[in-house]
Design a protein around this ligand. Structure first.
Ligand code: GLY
Length: 569
């Protein structure tokens, strides 16, 4: 029915896929359809990055070649979150149905200690894990793209990186949002770095922004491979720069860094098979816990974003984030009972004390027994190629422009991912997340993430690639996007555009986007004891996704909240 309606709309010529209004009751509007292509598609935070990724596939490359190109292009034209100085995760499903996950998350330096962000009296010094040299984790992105390319790539790395190098050299046009952002952060960059750089100048919308230093770094990586970054001249320059800025990262840390293949988290939700990121991301486990906890409820009958729907999701989220805080960390350092945490048996009882009459208080919820507030850093892209390979990749510097440290000779920003560790039990990180000992700092350990790059199969075939930025809110945005399509028959575009909400156990508050939720629903929730916050989350996530349609074409969903763009052929 949904697709017949869409076809009619196309025939009537009503479609303008990028003009979704900003304030909204999506379900009362004419469905908006995203870009439709037959063969391949990239949906990312920037038009230039989607275009370069798509062109690589048109040249005969596959989704993994396009991943390398898109990831590096985002580092050039979306330095807010795209990066060489950060890390990320990829989930893949090949044309043959093989699945896997790649972990190129940053690591703590060898000299890191459990108490490195505490003063002599044991008080937490929150700035130290967020800004400047001590906040930086060992970057993993360059190792990540080479690991993916080595296993699955088909085009030479020089061919893939060539258009990216040209983008850095010749520049890209700044969008309005970018110009505002660059100008906002310029004085902060100057203060943190103590020097002028290309990022401390005032810029305007439409201006061409070039980064020659980054073009040279990319050229060196193209010529000499990942070792140029981790062992060669770049490593030496980077380590010297970091040392000068108070970091404890050394050339030894860089030389030892390796990306890791991981088993993705897989589970069923009704007739869907969900494939998502495993630890050191909490994304897959939390998504599994929430979806399996809500599976017995008739969400469709409750209605999209109705009070009952919001209650059920909120209560499942509360319980999953309580478990996140207690159980999850780097699997190379802590034993995580993954199978138990997502088992039907365990989750069956987790919602037992939930009642539609009254909110559960987070103080009443702890982790189960096993026999924040943040804006939109991080970035996600989804790719499907003409051979049938599908990937979902989420990558980050953590905060906007990470630690704000800019290595001007190399042309990139450094992450502040160390803040994703639990610096002190009970102290919230920048996302308001409370961590436990499973996520305490240790040398060479990876910090826990919420990134949730996710693929979904239906009837054994690829169905959806989805993910988003948004720190702790990533998991709940991915959740709602899948439900929007599966339970509420939305198009991919409407599903990513629909208003969202979020709960994460602590603080005990349901965050809503400012627009698009019925006031009556909010009042009903307040009456049942839910604390509502509509001030902190201007937007929740910027979801980019691809949906396979029944006629084997695919629809892109590029979030209206950003400059996100779908391109394909
Ligand atoms: N830096 C945000 C996350 O990994 O969850």
């Amino acid at each position: 029915m949904q697709y017949i309606l869409l076809l009619v709309i196309i025939l009537l010529g009503f479609i303008s896929c990028r003009e979704s209004p900003t304030s909204v009751k999506i379900e009362e509007q004419v469905p908006q359809l995203g870009l439709i292509t037959k063969n391949a598609m990239v949906v990312s935070a920037r038009e230039e990055a989607s275009k370069i990724g798509s062109q690589i596939m048109e040249q005969g490359g596959n989704a993994f070649d396009a991943m390398v190109a898109t990831e590096m292009a985002l580092a050039v034209c979306f330095p807010y979150a795209g990066n060489l100085g950060g890390g990320g995760f990829m989930v893949y499903r090949t044309q043959f149905g093989e699945i896997g996950a790649l972990d190129y998350r940053e690591k703590a330096p060898l000299k890191a200690t459990k108490t490195m962000y505490l003063d002599e009296n044991g008080n937490y010094l929150p700035e130290k894990s967020k800004v400047g040299g001590l906040a930086v984790g060992i970057p993993g992105t360059v190792a990540g793209i080479f690991k993916a390319h080595e296993k699955f790539g088909t085009l030479p790395i020089e061919t893939i990186l060539e258009p990216v190098i040209q983008l850095a050299k010749n520049g890209f046009k700044l969008t309005k949002a970018q110009a505002i952002r660059f100008n906002y952060y310029a004085p902060i960059f100057k203060k943190v770095n103590g020097a002028e750089s290309i990022y401390t100048k005032t810029v305007s919308e439409g201006e061409i922004f070039k980064n020659e230093a980054l073009a040279s770094t990319l050229q060196a990586i193209s010529d000499k491979g990942q070792m140029a970054f981790y062992k060669g001249a770049i490593a030496e320059k980077l380590a010297a720069f970091l040392k000068e800025k108070g970091s404890i990262i050394t050339v030894k840390d860089l030389a030892r860094y390796e990306a890791e293949w991981r088993e993705p988290v897989t589970f069923n939700y009704k007739d869907l098979k969900v494939i998502s990121m495993s630890p050191p991301s909490s994304g897959g486990i939390c998504l599994a816990q929430i979806l399996k906890s809500i599976e017995p409820f008739d969400l469709k009958q409750f209605g999209h974003n109705s009070a009952k729907y919001i209650q059920v999701l909120t209560e499942a989220e509360r319980r999953a984030y309580a478990d996140r805080s207690y159980f999850l960390g780097d699997p190379d350092f802590v034993d995580i009972p993954v199978d138990s945490l997502i088992s039907d048996e365990y989750l069956k009882n987790r919602m037992d004390d939930f009642s539609f009459d009254q909110a559960t208080m987070s103080t009443a919820i702890s982790h189960g027994n096993i026999p924040g507030y943040e804006s939109m850093e991080t970035t996600h892209y989804s790719i499907v190629d003409q051979f049938g390979n599908a990937i979902a990749v989420t990558t980050t510097l953590n905060a906007a422009f990470g630690s704000k440290l800019y290595a001007s000779e190399l042309g990139f920003f450094l992450n502040n991912e160390m803040d994703d560790f639990s610096a002190k039990p009970g102290e919230p990180n920048m996302f308001g997340l409370i961590g436990g000992t499973a996520n305490e700092i240790a040398p060479a350990k990876r910090m826990l993430s919420s990134m949730t790059p996710t693929l979904v199969e239906k009837d054994g075939d690829f169905w959806m690639s989805v993910g988003t930025p948004g720190g702790s809110t990533i998991i709940t945005s991915v959740l709602q996007t899948i439900l929007n399509v599966y339970e509420f028959d939305m198009t991919m575009q409407d599903a990513v555009d629909a208003p969202r909400f979020h709960h994460q156990w602590l603080p005990d508050v349901v965050q809503f986007e400012r627009e698009g939720i019925d006031e009556k629903v909010l009042q009903q929730l307040k009456n049942k004891g839910y604390a509502i916050d509509r001030t902190n989350a201007i937007v929740l996530g910027k979801v980019d996704a691809i949906l396979m349609l029944p006629d084997s074409t695919m629809e892109g969903g590029a979030d209206r909240r950003g400059d996100d763009t779908a391109i394909g052929f």
